[in-house]
Design a protein around this ligand. Sequence first.
Ligand code: PLP
Length: 430
Amino acid sequence: MFMNYKRSSALFAQAEKVIPGGVNSPVRAFKAVGGTPIFVKEAKGAYLYDEDGNKLIDYINSWGPMILGHAYEPVVNAVIEKAKKGTSFGMPTEIETEIAELAVSMVPNIDKIRFVNSGTEACMSAIRLARGYTGKDKIVKFAGCYHGHSDSFLIQAGSGAVTFGSPNSPGVTQGTAKDTLLAKYNDIESVKALLEANKGEIACIIIEPVAGNMGCIPPKDGFLQALRNLCDINNVLLIFDEVMTGFRLAKGGTQELFNLKADIVCFGKVIGGGLPVGAFAAREEIMNYLAPVGPVYQAGTLSGNPLAMAAGLAMLKTLNNDSELFNRLAEKTAYLHEGFTKVLNENNITHTINRVGSMISIHFAEEPVVDFETSAKGNNETFKKFFHGMLQEGIYIAPSAFETWFITDALSYEDLNTTIAAVKKVTSKF
Ligand SMILES: *Cc1c(COP(=O)(O)O)cnc(C)c1O
């Protein structure tokens, strides 16, 4: 199969003239893998159809939301029917309560939920709430975890000192950076050290309970429980950023999967069924700190938008009513894992595969990938070849070695076999 991407290239050149880098979110621009991005025309189920007429099996799925496949009919119909009745009011609507009730019933340890427009907004608001509730300023995040692009999270480990963050984007101030502390994923000692050095100053620890933004990285046995214990001892709130994992790894997300309790949970991606939605949730005493009941300000003109709520509600209802869905997804992902391992070994390719539920990533790395450092050791030149090779075989994976593949229910076993065969063919030339 030889794929032609002429029209996509032309559209990209045109876009670059009026949109910075031709894209509205940087990873889409293919900078990490080279070449020019593919412009999608439409999508249905497991497949993308691009502007050059190519059909691609999709393993990004809008970076997670399309867990049931593209253009899932109940979601599409719910949006169309809602749109006919008006697209935004800036007034309360019944459907907001309906989706809130359903979300609260599906997710453990939450009493109330506030809807926003993106995962970024959810995480940004969650740390403000944690700071307001605890009366403390500092936050702890983990290197390699992504919580959206708000200032407090665009921080890297400062030179030398583990206790001090520094901005990793111009425009983020030193003033903001000094309140974000960086720990190492899967390394509880790094967290203890920060808590010790900043006694009484830390409001919250925020984490991706299964990391998905440095490839898929599962928490080591006991790591999250140890974090929970440290938070309890030090009077620190534990925030699970489940923007990626929420409504994907289980109905109740990782709290259910690992039988753990977070204090605040952030959502995005799946919860909006493909429309711009985020949310954050907690038990009542914490959520009542939010305006208009409490003192912590948070707002949004389009928050709880009727189209977004209709899409999200149709999505959550389906997930809630299908008791086999999450097992089915995990089985498909395990099948891929087994197939990939077999063909990569046959071709003598050094690799590590990580998988949790319907998240999976292939790393061209020798060592186990357990944190940002070990993920970054993966061979990026090999990944680039792999990415473009897969594309030529009609398979679309994320254009960066630091991303997870998202498995959808729309993928058939025939699609999975096609994908495994493509991995075999592509890597046989390495
Ligand atoms: C995608 C993502 C975000 C940011 O969500 P946006 O909707 O892109 O703003 C935050 N946290 C995690 C874990 C994510 O995967």
